[in-house]
Each structure stands twice: as structure tokens, then as C-alpha cells.
Design a protein around this ligand. Structure first.
Ligand code: CA
Ligand code: CA
Length: 361
């Protein structure tokens, strides 16, 4: 493991660029490029500004509301367009400051040739309803092999929101599937259901901050569950993953989850769950050639657990779990595979680091 860069301010995402450099988000609102050699660039301008109070007109951004950096919110994930080499378009998720609170939103913009600015910035998705706290925003972004953008969301934590996770008239606790321009694909599962939000792909999640597609084009996620109930799920269109009707674990207070059972007809079981929890962050199915023994493994960052988790998958089951880099004592926020087949990690620290993981010689 090599530390490529230090001094990042609570990085949330690392996204490898085709030329070997990295796009990095910092939760407090900066999007930066860090070069392969570890040179940290100035913040890219054109992002929505960071605000703390009421909605302000964001000058130069068409009046779009700013990012609110509060609690778990801020500038969150980033993803490159599937045709980035051609369209230079970047997508990012963030907690958006709105009139009555905040909500997870996704914006897109085009990176200028000099990589200093974003142009044509616009918000393409807004999770509803708006809610006034700083918790459980999700939100990983993953493009599927179908070219659609999948957005993972959270339940906004407070107990009155939990029933909404099981209802289709809102986005809380859902995975969203949209086209890259923000429009709704006609083959989404609930487009014809009266009263359902058409962007919804599945439902029943507590807070998903991990998502990755495997080589077969299947979507895997890991979510922050209750105490003793972080889950690995294999996502299928239109299915219900249970929260807070079906769940493992208990409330963080130690009480049982009100009314919940561990299994029920009509609800998906996780592939795997953790007790004690790992507090998952980003994830990556490894598909490269640099680590032949790791091909097909799923890597997941651990926040509270301060380690990189490797899962060995066989026939859709977890047959092995390994914990790496725990000796570093840092909260791991994201893990991605670079174009060179190596693994890259960012740590959720005020002096956050970017790591490169290479095979032992
Ligand atoms: Ca990402
Ligand atoms: Ca579940």
C-alpha cells in the first residue's frame, strides 16, 4: 500500500480518470483532481456553492440551491459518464439545501478541457420529500451496462420516516434508475402504477452508500443496517428488501426494531449480513488482472470498522471474508479499481489520504 496523497478534507469518493489521475469529492463541498503522482489540484469551479442557512440564489448556476454540508450530508459521490472520453460529463450526488430542509440530489456537468471548470451544470434528480436533518442521504452513483444511472438512497433516519420506505409515493430508502439526462426509462418497474414515483427501481433500504456492478452486469449493494444488521444485497428490479419490516439486528439503543421480523414472504433476504457491523462505505467488484486471486471478489470500505473488507463470492454466496489494512487505523470511505487494475482507496479523515494497493512482489 502506498499513500499517494494526504491532506484531503474528508474525501467521500475517488473516481479514477482514464488518464490515470483521480477525481475526488470532499464532503465539505470541493471537487478536485489529484494526479497519479499525488498532486492535489485546486477545487474545480462550477459546482453548486456550499450553504448553511436558507436557500440562496447560487450566482452563475441558474439559481440552483447549494450543497448543505451538515452531518452526513455534503458533496457525496461522483461518477463519470459511460462515454466520458467523448462527452467529458461528470455526475455527482449531494445533499441539497432546500426551502424546508434538505434532500439528496444528483447533478451533472461537463468538465472543461483545462479541467478547471464545470459547464452546463444542472440538477437531474431530486429525492423527495425534503426533510430537515443531516442523516441518511445515501448516495452512491453507478452506471449499469444498460447505460442507466442507478442512485442509492437512505431513509433519512428519523423513525417517522420508516413507513415511507415501504411506500412507493416517495424516494426514501429506494434505489433510483434514470437516464443520464434525468428522464425516466419506460421499462422501470413502477412507471404504470398510479401514485408511484416512476424513478424507483427497488425499495426497502435503510441507508445505502455502496453500489457496484459485477462482470455479469448485476447490481450489488451494501447498506448501513441497524446494530448487527449491515447487509449485502443483490438487487433485482422491483423487489422489496425489507426495511423496516424485515431486518436483522436491533436498534442502536439495544431495543428490538418495532414490529420487525428477520424473514417474511415477499421480501428479499440479504446475501449476507454483518454482526458486528462494518459500517460500509464504497465498494467495488474486482475485475482486473493485477491481482488474479482477487478476481470476482467484492471490496467494501469500512468506516467505524476502519478496514477494507474483501468478500469471496461463489454461486451468489459469500464463502470467505478477509479484513485488510486495519493497521492503518483510518475510516475507509471509498474503494475503486483504476484503469491499471490496481485498487484505490480514500479515507474519511480531516487529513484524508488516497492509497494505491499493488500486488506484493
Ligand atoms: Ca463513485
Ligand atoms: Ca433487507
Amino acid at each position: 500500500m502506498t499513500v499517494i496523497a494526504k491532506g484531503l478534507e474528508r474525501p467521500w469518493a475517488v473516481e479514477p480518470l482514464p488518464d490515470g489521475d483521480f477525481l475526488i469529492t470532499e464532503k465539505s463541498g470541493q471537487l478536485r483532481i489529484v494526479t497519479a503522482k499525488g498532486e492535489i489540484g485546486q477545487p474545480i469551479s462550477g459546482l453548486l456553492p456550499v450553504g448553511q442557512g436558507s436557500v440562496s440564489a447560487a450566482s452563475g448556476q441558474g439559481g440552483l440551491p447549494p450543497i448543505t454540508a451538515r452531518g452526513q450530508g455534503g458533496l457525496l459521490d461522483a461518477a463519470l459518464s459511460p462515454i466520458f472520453a467523448k462527452d467529458r460529463t461528470i455526475f455527482w450526488s449531494f445533499s441539497e439545501q432546500r426551502e424546508a430542509g434538505s434532500g439528496t440530489s444528483v447533478a451533472r456537468g461537463r468538465l472543461t478541457e483545462d479541467r478547471k471548470n464545470l459547464e452546463d451544470v444542472r440538477v437531474i434528480f431530486r429525492a423527495m420529500p425534503t426533510y430537515n436533518n443531516g442523516l441518511h442521504f445515501g448516495s452512491r452513483l453507478a452506471f449499469g451496462p444498460d447505460g442507466k444511472l442507478y442512485i442509492t438512497l437512505g431513509d433519512r433516519f428519523d423513525r417517522p420516516n420508516r413507513p415511507r420506505v415501504q411506500q412507493l409515493d416517495n424516494h426514501l430508502g429506494k434505489i433510483i434508475r434514470i437516464n443520464s439526462d434525468g428522464s425516466v426509462p419506460p421499462d422501470n418497474p413502477f412507471v404504470k402504477q398510479p401514485g408511484a414515483m416512476p424513478e424507483i427501481w427497488d425499495l426497502g433500504h435503510r441507508n445505502i452508500q455502496s453500489a457496484t456492478f459485477d462482470e455479469q452486469g448485476r447490481l450489488w449493494t451494501v447498506e448501513h443496517g441497524p446494530k448487527g444488521g449491515d447487509e449485502l444485497n443483490l438487487i433485482e428490479k422491483g423487489k422489496n428488501y425489507g426495511w423496516a419490516v424485515v431486518a436483522y439486528g436491533e436498534e442502536y439503543s439495544g431495543e428490538p426494531i418495532p414490529g420487525a421480523v428477520t424473514q417474511k414472504e415477499g421480501y428479499q433476504q440479504p446475501i449476507y449480513y454483518w454482526d458486528p457491523v462494518i459500517a460500509p462505505s464504497g465498494m467495488q467488484v474486482y475485475t482486473g488482472a493485477a491481482f488474479s486471486a482477487w478476481r470476482g471478489s467484492i471490496f467494501i470500505g469500512g468506516l467505524a470498522s476502519q478496514k477494507l473488507v474483501r468478500l469471496v463470492i461463489k454461486d451468489n454466496r459469500v464463502v470467505g471474508e478477509e479484513h485488510l489494512l486495519a493497521d492503518r487505523g483510518q475510516r475507509i470511505r471509498d474503494v475503486r479499481q483504476g484503469s491499471d487494475g490496481l485498487l484505490y482507496v480514500v479515507t474519511d479523515e480531516s487529513n484524508g489520504e488516497l492509497w494505491r494497493i499493488t500486488p506484493k512482489r
